[in-house]
Design a protein. Structure first.
Length: 286
């Protein structure tokens, strides 16, 4: 404990001794307030108000509701933009008077942290060379994986070529003895490059590798990562490689555009159903 306190004090001393820079703050928000009156419809929101039965009802059955959906994002940065901190929260689809979520005296449970990360420029680089650490947008390809994830990303420019290198951990499995591998968690590794080979044309190349060793029994990670519905004792090595991009050009009738995505996924999955171990599957798909 004494060593930890000494280290913490040393870090604070170094930070305090650094140059003082002005700070900029930006706050963005989307405050969505909705009031709806509808007829012949009993399930505007599935599962709320204990609604059962068919969603379409007979004439004369009317309903009125109100709900809110709020998002706030705050960015604090030095005036030169070299260091940024981002924090974003969401209150999503809370219907007035529905259960314990939007009740008298508030709910106390329905604020979700969407983003929380630090983003900084590496010193000594004339061009963009930034590292971001925390809960942030992890973007591979719309057909593979785009969502916020706890991750570390390195983004840099190399002329007209932008590239991203990243690591994300969706589930942490603690080792309990020395026979277990150091990396027995759900880890994802990403390499992606983007460039413009011609005017109005964008081209991207990416490779994603995802792995998970055998988790301890009764360890449910099924809701903690992007590859869904595997059993808790599943082991997998899956890689996805692809090319995506777009082309657009103006015409008299509007912009003409073409988007393309070509993806190959390979690898293997073992014990994908906990109820019946030994169910293995090779993965090979376009």
């Amino acid at each position: 404990m004494k060593k930890f306190l000494t280290c913490a004090v040393a870090i604070l001393a170094v930070c305090a001794a650094g140059p003082v820079a002005a700070a900029d703050f930006e706050i963005h928000g989307d405050l969505n307030n909705r009031f709806s009156l509808f007829t012949n419809q009993a399930q505007m929101f599935s599962g709320v108000e204990n609604v059962t039965g068919q969603p379409l009802e007979k004439d004369g059955i009317d309903e009125f509701f109100a709900d809110i959906k709020y998002r706030f994002e705050t960015t604090a940065s030095t005036n030169d933009g070299n260091v940024k901190g981002v924090f974003a929260i969401e209150i999503g689809g809370q219907q007035f008077g529905s259960g314990s979520t939007t009740d008298f005296s508030g709910d106390g449970v329905d604020v979700e942290v969407r983003k929380a990360y630090t983003d900084f420029q590496l010193p000594g680089f004339a061009k963009k060379a930034r590292v971001s650490i925390g809960q942030q947008v992890w973007s591979v390809n719309p057909f593979i994986w785009v969502e916020t994830a706890p991750s570390v990303l390195f983004k840099a420019d190399a002329g007209s070529f932008d590239y991203t290198i990243g690591w994300a951990r969706g589930f942490e499995s603690y080792n309990t003895d020395d026979s277990q591998d150091l990396l027995e968690d759900l880890d994802s590794f990403l390499v992606r490059g983007d460039f413009k080979p011609a005017d109005n044309t964008k081209l991207g190349l990416f490779a994603l590798y995802q792995r998970q060793d055998n988790l301890p029994a009764n360890t449910d990670s099924a809701t903690s990562y992007e590859i869904k519905f595997f059993g808790d004792e599943a082991e997998f090595d899956i890689y996805s490689i692809g090319v995506d991009g777009s082309y657009s050009t103006p015409t008299d009738s509007g912009d003409l555009f073409v988007n393309w995505d070509v993806i190959y996924q390979g690898g293997s999955v073992e014990n994908y159903n906990t109820a019946s171990l030994g169910q293995d599957q090779d993965v090979s798909a376009w």
